[in-house]
Design a protein around this ligand. Structure first.
Ligand code: PMP
Length: 427
């Protein structure tokens, strides 16, 4: 039998860090990542034959569980027609219609091959549409790895951003202002000072890249108001939340309507897909109708459209999100009860089909500073303990957990039983 440790060693010879996306590396976990062989429903199966109840779900897309039979059948049905034509297909219109129907703020939509491309293109569009360069983002929000968005806060709230990675030009980072999440006053102060230079504000309405931090309603309402007042474009990055926290995404969950929406993950059913869309007035600025350039050799790929539209049709079923949220609540309440009983300080937060566990004595976690004040050693202990008992959680204290409709009551019970043992060893 080949072990994960052996495969990781082999991978590390040819692939930097042995992985193709950093969070997979199990950094800080003192063990090599688990190499997977296959997946079905709520389960991942590793190369050593171990089964895990999975709460990562390929970081979000697998909302009806892994290897969904309908999604696979739709892909199979398209397969023999060819993989890609670089020419239009009717499947792209089916997808566009579906997205516009499910998310009413979207009149027109463009497909991409990743969430990164969706946010990068939405930012370019906001800049092209307004004729302004500055964008506002929030500390702890992640929008993919494009240059303008890999920027962290400067030393003061209103100072220019600084690159988050070597290779991001400082001259570009200067146009990105990074503010504190869930701080309406900071947003107001920023707009009062430089509002008429701001092309757009991009936000994760439920932040899923610093664990799980739902926006406070008044925060999103402030964003909407100042964007209206100053003519800036409000962009919701719903790559994670889209079709997950509610059928119509976080904008339906909160009742706050953005100008542009970025999508990914579920929209592709597990294939490499992203999308961005919004009002006709803004979207008509895109080439060839308008001057703002966007393109993609594989954008709207027929197999990806088949997978994505099939999955979207499944999550449109009435009651789907209520049932999903119910499962999340059962899990979260059960974890909290067991942590309390064991005397392990734990904050549990959730929104629809996503949740987060914070090892902290704080009463709630609303921003990056609070998220980073949690106990990393407690998280590491919990994560590895759960993994040893066949529960696969995100291998980082700064990622949300994802539930699927394939998780059964038994899967949740197994998770709670495992947690009880791990909490007992932590107290
Ligand atoms: N936005 C958000 C909110 C994300 O969570 C992610 C990825 N996790 C992205 C954008 C980037 O998407 P991708 O990894 O498909 O490029």
């Amino acid at each position: 039998m080949t072990t994960s440790a052996e495969l990781f060693e082999l991978a590390s010879r040819r692939i930097p860090g042995g992985i193709n996306s950093p969070v997979r590396a199990f950094k800080g976990m003192n063990r090599p990542p688990v190499f997977m062989e296959r997946a079905q429903d709520a389960y991942l199966f590793d190369v050593e034959g171990n089964r895990y109840v999975d709460y990562v779900g390929s970081w979000g897309p697998m909302i009806t569980g892994h290897a969904d039979r309908d999604v696979l059948a739709a892909v199979r049905a398209r397969l023999d027609n060819g993989l890609s034509f670089g020419a239009p297909t009717a499947a792209e219109t089916t997808m566009a219609d579906l997205i516009c129907e499910m998310i009413p703020s979207i009149d027109m939509v463009r497909m991409t091959s990743s969430g990164t491309e969706a946010t990068m293109s939405a930012i370019r569009l906001a800049r092209g549409y307004t004729g302004r360069d500055k964008i506002v983002k929030f500390e702890g929000n992640y929008h993919g790895h494009s240059d303008s968005l890999l920027v962290k806060a400067g030393s003061g709230a209103l100072t220019h951003g600084v690159p988050n990675s070597p290779g991001v030009p400082a001259a570009l980072a200067e146009h990105t202002v990074t503010l504190s999440f869930n701080d309406p006053d900071g947003v107001e102060a920023c707009f009062e000072e430089i509002g008429d230079e701001i092309a757009g504000v991009i936000v994760e309405p439920v932040a899923g890249n610093m664990n799980c931090i739902p926006a406070l309603p008044e925060f999103l309402e402030t964003l909407r108001r100042v964007c209206n007042e100053y003519g800036s474009v409000l962009i919701f990055d719903e790559v994670m939340t889209g079709f997950r926290v509610a059928m119509g995404g976080a904008q339906a969950y909160y009742g706050v309507t953005p100008d542009l929406t970025c999508l990914g993950k579920i929209v592709g059913g597990g294939m490499p897909v992203g999308a961005f869309g919004g009002s006709q007035e803004i979207m008509e600025q895109i080439s060839p109708l308008g001057p703002v350039y966007h393109a993609g050799t594989l954008s709207g790929n027929p197999l990806a459209m088949a997978a994505g539209t099939t999955l979207l049709n499944k999550v449109q079923v009435p009651g789907f999100h209520d049932a999903l949220s119910q499962r999340v609540e059962t899990l979260c309440n059960g974890l909290k009860e067991r942590a309390d009983a064991a005397g392990v300080p734990l904050v549990v937060q959730s929104a629809g089909g996503m949740f987060g566990l914070f090892f902290t004595a704080q009463s709630r976690v609303d921003n990056f500073a609070q998220a980073t004040a949690c106990d990393p050693e407690a998280f590491r202990h919990f994560f590895t303990g759960m993994l040893d008992q066949g529960v696969y959680l995100a291998p980082s204290a700064f990622e949300a957990g994802f539930m699927s409709s394939a998780h059964t009551a038994e899967d949740i019970q197994h998770t709670l039983d495992a947690a009880e043992k791990v909490f007992a060893s932590m107290a």
